[in-house]
Design a protein around this ligand. Structure first.
Ligand SMILES: Cc1cc2nc3c(=O)[nH]c(=O)nc-3n(C[C@H](O)[C@H](O)[C@H](O)COP(=O)(O)OP(=O)(O)OC[C@H]3O[C@@H](n4cnc5c(N)ncnc54)[C@H](O)[C@@H]3O)c2cc1C
Length: 360
């Protein structure tokens, strides 16, 4: 093994929340061989293994975690062109957003709407990373994984991954596989597909300002617009931003039976929270279900942007992001998350589910 296993390594600086205790054992894996060696080492000692990417979707308990944490630091990108079609294979430890910048810079279309998201490539299939109407599942061909039981690698197709909204078979069974690399399909020079109303408006505004109405934006232009929108919500990491210590959205948007969504809308009108049903953000989610906006529910349950509880609070720019203001403890973050869930449950009878993984 190239890198040695260290003891008692603090995890807080390796996560975007900057919270939690140390890893009992820690390995920075710069090669796939390191990953396998780490898993073998842990197996021999009978200790659990956890996989760390960029730490941007993780909550670490105050007492830290027992066993081995393997930080994915593998590198490598391979781009193969066949006419305008691109097949891109990327190692799990590569950072996502620099990859997107590199691709959009070459007019490779597919990930421009997923610009500005922190973290590693290997974590993107875990929760099927998504934003502005796109998800990695839209472009994913396969994921190469290491089966943690057999220590053999396997290719899982997009269908095998059983992707859903911020969900996949990986997220449902975190102890089964390590993602080693991912292959994506992209297209050079294609017209970026804009599927999200807010982004559509921003693209149209820019075209008006630049007097380029009628001509489609390039992937780089869409990237720039998406990053602009995300910055306004503190959804791009910025060391000077008061909302920087977060994991992006702390809750997923709830997908509920359409009849339950009807009830939420009726209640909101009756209680005077909105003047018309159409003011409640609601989207069809297939199978007779509706998706509600968790941020809207949180604010209408009385927890507005900028709410503070000691070292924690709701982002001043985005109601769905819980923020650590420094000097706090994970147990207080979790208590605040429960308060938010409780307020939404009480006001609307809707359950909010946590998006980041808690290493309990
Ligand atoms: C400011 C901000 C904005 C964000 N915006 C978005 C957004 O728009 N959309 C979105 O979907 N997410 C968003 N996120 C959440 C997060 O960036 C993504 O989920 C990202 O993919 C997490 O990557 P990571 O490498 O940091 O994963 P980590 O936080 O390190 O890990 C997350 C989970 O994945 C597992 N994991 C990581 N790598 C591997 C691997 N190679 N193999 C197996 N398991 C692995 C970990 O064990 C853990 O369970 C945002 C976060 C922040 C801080």
């Amino acid at each position: 093994m190239k890198n040695v296993i260290q003891r008692a390594v603090p995890l807080a600086p390796l996560t975007s929340f900057e919270l939690g205790g140390p890893a009992e054992y820690f390995l920075r894996a710069e090669s796939e061989r390191d990953v396998v060696a780490g898993l073998r080492w842990a197996k021999r000692r009978g200790v659990p293994v956890r996989i760390l990417g960029g730490g941007s979707n993780l909550v670490i308990p105050d007492e830290g975690v027992g066993g081995l944490v393997v930080q994915m630091a593998t590198r490598g990108r391979e781009l193969k062109m066949d006419g305008d079609l691109a097949e891109l294979t990327v190692a799990a430890g590569e950072s996502w957003d620099p990859l997107v910048a590199w691709l959009t810079g070459q007019d490779l279309v597919g990930f421009e709407c997923l610009s500005g998201i922190p973290g590693s490539v290997g974590a993107t299939p875990i929760q099927n990373v998504g934003a502005y109407g796109h998800e990695v599942a839209d472009s994913l061909i396969w994921v190469r994984v290491l089966d943690r039981e057999t220590l053999e690698d396997r290719l899982l197709t997009s269908r095998d991954c059983d992707f859903g909204y911020r969900d996949s078979r990986f997220k449902r069974d975190l102890d089964r596989f390590v993602v080693l690399s991912v292959r994506f399909a992209l297209r050079r020079g294609a017209v970026p597909e804009i599927r999200y109303a807010e982004l559509e408006r921003a693209v149209a505004e820019r075209a008006e300002t630049k007097r380029t109405e009628g001509s489609a934006p390039t992937a780089s232009e869409v990237r720039e617009i998406v990053i602009g929108l995300r910055k306004r919500k503190s959804m791009v990491f910025d060391p000077d931003d008061e909302n920087r210590r977060c994991a992006g959205s702390f809750f997923t948007n709830p997908i509920i039976e359409a009849a339950d969504a009807d009830r939420v809308v009726r209640d909101a009108v009756e209680r005077g929270l909105v003047s018309a049903p159409s003011e409640v953000p609601r989207y069809a989610a297939g199978d007779g279900k509706s998706k509600l906006a968790a941020g809207w529910l949180i604010e209408r349950a009385g927890l507005c942007k900028g709410t503070r509880r000691g070292a924690f609070g709701i982002s001043s720019k985005h109601a769905l992001a819980l923020v650590h203001h420094g000097g706090g403890q994970t147990r207080d973050l979790m208590a605040f998350a429960e308060e938010v869930q409780g307020a939404v449950r009480e006001r609307f009878g809707v359950e909010l589910h946590r998006e980041p993984t808690l290493w309990a």
